[in-house]
Every structure is written in structure tokens, then in C-alpha cells.
Design a protein around this ligand. Structure first.
Ligand code: OSB
Ligand code: MG
Length: 393
């Protein structure tokens, strides 16, 4: 039997004394609408959580839940409900010796709602790292060799025509993005993907369907992967249908990797996908899996199985993307991340310094302490639609 020792995840950074939490909701327009198989987003609704230590630092967490429950069942509304009714009291019960692990233990009887939990857990990691005067990456993996730059790509929404898609891709390629991920759905795939391949004969091209296909589409997906020389096909089928993803992986062979996003939410779903052979590579989004503790454990498990991982994105502001950059500096993040520069999403980001693309299609991991960027008060106020103070200590 293969070893099933439970991956430990990162070490406990120790107890923090909390004073209060502040929850702000922002509405920030995207520089261009982002269309996927589940809908179009023109502006992001962002929940931003600030945790304050008694007489000390502040830590930040950004929630990746969408306005509506389309990518997953969580939404801004469910996150608010779960935070106010269940997670705030759980956090308060640990306020004399708070840590990501203590919070997760106190919140463990609340089922599901990983994005709500991740917002709190990730703010605690940032706070713990600032308290220790260390960059977050050092707390997440103290014994590992960590990158200071992360290779990234760009995720491009569904476009009205292949010509328009190619125009957008040209614009991103000119900015230096070396890996192009295209959103696809039935009826908006082959001509678009082939046009992209013709325009960029040597590029790394991935497609992401967000579950839009079914079993009858398997032969067409296989043909498209070959014709367009796709490196990755991400989450073509329903979240629960690991077996269908495994069938596609067998049909594609070695040249195109099947990637799971929505299907992998926990160690159990990762074990199933590994055992069935459904995983060529794994998209890890800390929000989807309940935070960094889980994300690091999944990273370590995939590394032992020799499955490369990469860091996904959810159109985060600079807060969430800084968190993701620290995670993506771990060694088994071996494929380019969905983490683009601030100007790919926003006219002006809500953090200082904003994140810029550098030569070689990389973003630098912001130097700590913590996530290494600060919310810019003026920008936050400009986009803020509400602010609430939650007693914790
Ligand atoms: O499936 O990766 C996805 C955005 C919203 C919801 C789901 C996804 C995405 C992205 C965005 O692809 C990637 C990014 O943040 O740059
Ligand atoms: Mg995806």
C-alpha cells in the first residue's frame, strides 16, 4: 500500500492576541468584462477583512467568492452570513491565542464554506507573518527553497469573435505574457482556439471550460487538444465527475495535461483524482480549498505524487494576488500561475505597491513582512460600499 500519512501542512506560527476585525465590501470595475461559461463579470464585489492585533499589527484577507453562486455555491451573501453567525464567534473563542490552526479547529464543525473560512485564515497568516517580521512565504514553508519570482500567464475571457480574441491576445503577448489561457464552452471553442494557435504558433496555450462540457464532447475535446497543441485542458466536466476527467486524461495521453480546478476541494477529492488518474496537473486556489493550511497540504501531497501544481486566480485585487504569490513561491508550483499584473484587472489597484509584469513573464513575490503590500486607504474608500466593525477580543 502507498503511504497515506496525513500531510501536516505548514507549522503553527503561535498565538496572537486579537482586538477586532473590520469587514469592508468594495465594488471595483474591471478594465474589461470577464466572460466564462458561467457568466460575465463587469465589476468585482470584494470582501476585505482586516484583523487587528491588540497593540500591534494588522493582517488582511480577501474573499474570492463571487457576487452570485456560479463558480461554486458560495457568494458574497453566503460568506457574510457564515462569517457573522459562525466564523466570528469561532475566531473570538481563540482571541487570546489566535493562529490559523486554532481558528480552523474552532471553525471545524461548520461544514463547507471554504471561501469564507479562507478569508479569515489567510488574514491570520498575514498577521502572524507581520507579527514575526517575516515574509509570509517563510511562515508557509520554513524549510523549503522558495522562489522570489513567480512565472505567470494571463487568463482571457470568452470573446465575441475569434478575431476579437486574437486582438486581445496580441495585446497581452505584447505586454510580455508567455502563457495564454482561453476560456471555452460548447459552441465557442474550436474556431477561437485554432485562431489563437495560428496567431501564436509557439505559445503555451491552455483552455479552461469551468465544467461546461459533458461525456459526448470527449472526442471533440481530444481532437481540439491535438490540433491546437494544447498544453492544458482545465476542468472541462462537472465538479463531481472525476471519472470522466480520468477518461479524458487517458484519451489525451502525455501531450496535453488534464487540470482540475473546481473538482479538488480537499485532501479526499485530491486522493480520489490521483487514484483514478484524472490529474495531469492541479490548479490550487487557496480560497477554493479553505485557506493556506489546506493549500500547502495539497501542494505537498501532489509533490509526493509527482503531479505539478500551479496557482489559480479569481480576479483578486492586489491583496489576494499578493497572498497567492507567496503561496506560488513553493517548489512544486511548477507551471505558470493565473496571476497577472494589476493593470490586467484594474485601472488602479487597491494596494501599494501595485504588481508589475517583469521580463520572462514573471511577477516578483512582494518582500514581507506579511504579504508585502498594503491596502491604499484612498483607493479602498473610493470603491467601498460598506464597512462593519466586528468585536473579537
Ligand atoms: O476558473 O480559473 C477560473 C476567474 C473567476 C472564476 C474562475 C476562474 C477565473 C480565472 C481568473 O480564470 C484568473 C485570474 O485571476 O487572472
Ligand atoms: Mg479554472
Amino acid at each position: 500500500m502507498p503511504s497515506r500519512a496525513k500531510p501536516k501542512g505548514p507549522p503553527n506560527p503561535g498565538g496572537l492576541r486579537l482586538r477586532r476585525a473590520v469587514l469592508e465590501e468594495l465594488e471595483i470595475p474591471l478594465v474589461r468584462p470577464f466572460t466564462t461559461s458561467f457568466g460575465t463579470e463587469k465589476a468585482r464585489r470584494v470582501l476585505l477583512l482586516t484583523l487587528e492585533e491588540r497593540g500591534g499589527e494588522q493582517g488582511y484577507g480577501e474573499c474570492v467568492a463571487g457576487r452570485d453562486p456560479l463558480y461554486s455555491y458560495e457568494s458574497v451573501g453566503t460568506v457574510r452570513e457564515v462569517l457573522f453567525r459562525y466564523l466570528r464567534p469561532a475566531l473570538a473563542s481563540t482571541s487570546e491565542a489566535a493562529s490559523p490552526q486554532a481558528f480552523l479547529a474552532a471553525a471545524s464543525r461548520v461544514r463547507g464554506h471554504p471561501m469564507a473560512k479562507a478569508m479569515v485564515e489567510m488574514a491570520l497568516w498575514d498577521l502572524a507573518a507581520r507579527h514575526a517580521h517575516l515574509p509570509l512565504q517563510r511562515l508557509l514553508a520554513p524549510d523549503r527553497a522558495l522562489r522570489d519570482r513567480v512565472e505567470v500567464g494571463v487568463s482571457v475571457g470568452l470573446a465575441p469573435t475569434p478575431e476579437e480574441l486574437v486582438r486581445q491576445l496580441e495585446c497581452y503577448a505584447a505586454q510580455g505574457y508567455g502563457r495564454l489561457k482561453l476560456k471555452v464552452e460548447p459552441g465557442r471553442d474550436r474556431p477561437f482556439v485554432l485562431a489563437a494557435r495560428r496567431a501564436f504558433p509557439g505559445a503555451r496555450i491552455w483552455v479552461d471550460a469551468n465544467q461546461a462540457y459533458g461525456g459526448r464532447d470527449l472526442p471533440a475535446l481530444r481532437r481540439l487538444a491535438r490540433e491546437a497543441k494544447l498544453e492544458v485542458v482545465e476542468q472541462p466536466f462537472e465538479e463531481e465527475d472525476v471519472l470522466l476527467h480520468a477518461r479524458l486524461a487517458r484519451a489525451l495521453g502525455r501531450k496535453t495535461l488534464v487540470c482540475l480546478d473546481e473538482s479538488v476541494r480537499s485532501m479526499g477529492s485530491l486522493e480520489l483524482a490521483l487514484r483514478e488518474g484524472a490529474l495531469g496537473c492541479l490548479n490550487i486556489k487557496p480560497g477554493r480549498v479553505g485557506g493556506f493550511t489546506s493549500a500547502v497540504a495539497l501542494h505537498d501531497r501532489a509533490e509526493r505524487a509527482r503531479v505539478p501544481v500551479w496557482c489559480g486566480g479569481m480576479l483578486e485585487t492586489g491583496i489576494g494576488r499578493a497572498h497567492n504569490l507567496h503561496l506560488a513561491s513553493l517548489p512544486n508550483f511548477r507551471l505558470p500561475a493565473d496571476l497577472s499584473a494589476s493593470d490586467r484587472y484594474w485601472k488602479q489597484d487597491v494596494v501599494e505597491p501595485s504588481l508589475r509584469l517583469e521580463r520572462g513573464s514573471v511577477l516578483r513575490v512582494p518582500k514581507g513582512p506579511g504579504i508585502g503590500v498594503e491596502p491604499e486607504e484612498r483607493q479602498v474608500r473610493r470603491y467601498r460600499v460598506s464597512k462593519q466593525v466586528l468585536p473579537i477580543g
